[in-house]
Design a protein around this ligand. Structure first.
Ligand SMILES: Nc1nc2c(ncn2[C@@H]2O[C@H](COP(=O)(O)OP(=O)(O)OP(=O)(O)O)[C@@H](O)[C@H]2O)c(=O)[nH]1
Ligand SMILES: [Mg+2]
Length: 292
């Protein structure tokens, strides 16, 4: 069984669309992207990802060409999309955000995208205080609720690639992906599920900055070295572990460290260790892998 889906990322220039794609879908390191900012995108950047037998196409649209994406010809790029994420910089004005979302609403009607899931990210929220973010979200929601446009399904999220926000953003993107696929596609094979449990517990109990020897780690986890290696290679595919010596030794990645911080915070707040529920949620985004 398979389902192929199309996701479009759109928004003003420089808000962080390509960065979000590279970090959460291509598993790149956050500080690296902050230190070496990307060139502004041009045209359409599309990549195909696979999730089990299903495909996910992600279309990252250049912010400098927004005029063209909203023109009759250019808007063809949105045809048959299953989700559109409108990304804004938290410092974009309320008026400009609302104006942009109205254009998306019009497009949705014109292209008959009634089933397409539309959401907005107020991104780079690390730059401001949380009350400012909440107030902005409330005002945008108020506008769209009173105008009865964009529908009940429309949601606004605050996002950032920074350490203290990484986990929540990972969660938000996972939630969106889970909305796209039917339950039959999303059901996790019990074997796979147990493997993931071991993988994630491993990340949670290891120190982010330390270099580990694979042999001694295997011993500590009561595994033989071959099985340990299988887990480590899976974790490498998830972008959570790295090695420079063919896994004689290994280290957690920066993404793993960021992920761990958020997961532990959530555990402290909710006082319950809901590993299973979270793995079900994160499954798609973790195993989504790059085809090319
Ligand atoms: N503070 C902060 N900066 C971020 C965040 N995400 C991305 N950035 C920075 O924002 C800048 C623009 O990022 P891009 O991903 O190139 O933006 P874009 O939306 O793809 O821009 P266009 O391609 O021109 O449409 C880069 O310098 C990123 O490092 C974030 O969460 N917080
Ligand atoms: Mg870009």
């Amino acid at each position: 069984m398979y389902q192929n889906k199309k996701l479009v990322l759109v928004g003003p220039p420089g808000v962080g669309k390509t960065t979000i794609k590279k970090i959460f879908f291509d598993k790149k390191s956050p500080t690296q992207l902050l230190e070496m900012p990307l060139e502004p995108s041009r045209g359409i950047n599309s990549d195909a990802y696979s999730y089990l037998n299903s495909q996910l196409g992600i279309f990252d649209l250049a912010g400098q060409e927004n005029k063209s994406w909203f023109s009759k010809k250019g808007s063809e790029i949105f045809e048959r999309s299953n989700a559109i994420i409108c990304i804004f910089d938290i410092s974009n004005s309320l008026e400009s955000i609302i104006e942009f979302l109205i254009k998306i609403h019009k497009l949705k009607e014109e292209l008959d995208l009634s089933k397409c899931y539309i959401s907005a990210f107020l991104h780079k929220t690390d730059k401001v205080n949380p009350s400012y973010v909440n107030q902005k979200i409330r005002r945008i929601k108020e506008f769209f609720t009173t105008q009865h446009i964009l529908g009940d399904e429309f949601q606004i999220f605050s996002t950032s690639i920074m350490k203290n926000y990484f986990y929540d953003t990972f969660y938000t993107i996972s939630e969106i992906l889970n909305k796209l696929y039917d339950d039959s596609i999303l059901s996790v094979d019990p074997n796979e599920f147990n493997n993931m449990k071991t993988d994630i517990s491993f990340i949670l109990k290891n120190d982010a900055l330390k270099q580990y020897s694979t042999k001694s780690s295997a011993k500590e986890n009561n595994m033989n070295s071959e099985l340990m290696l299988v887990h480590l290679k899976r974790l490498e595919k998830f972008g959570l572990v790295k090695s420079t010596d063919k896994f004689e030794s290994f280290q957690l990645t920066e993404r793993a460290m960021y992920f761990k911080i958020g997961w532990e915070q959530e555990r402290n707040n909710s006082n319950n260790d809901d590993l299973s529920r979270n793995i079900e949620m994160f499954h798609v985004l973790l195993i989504l892998n790059y085809n090319n």
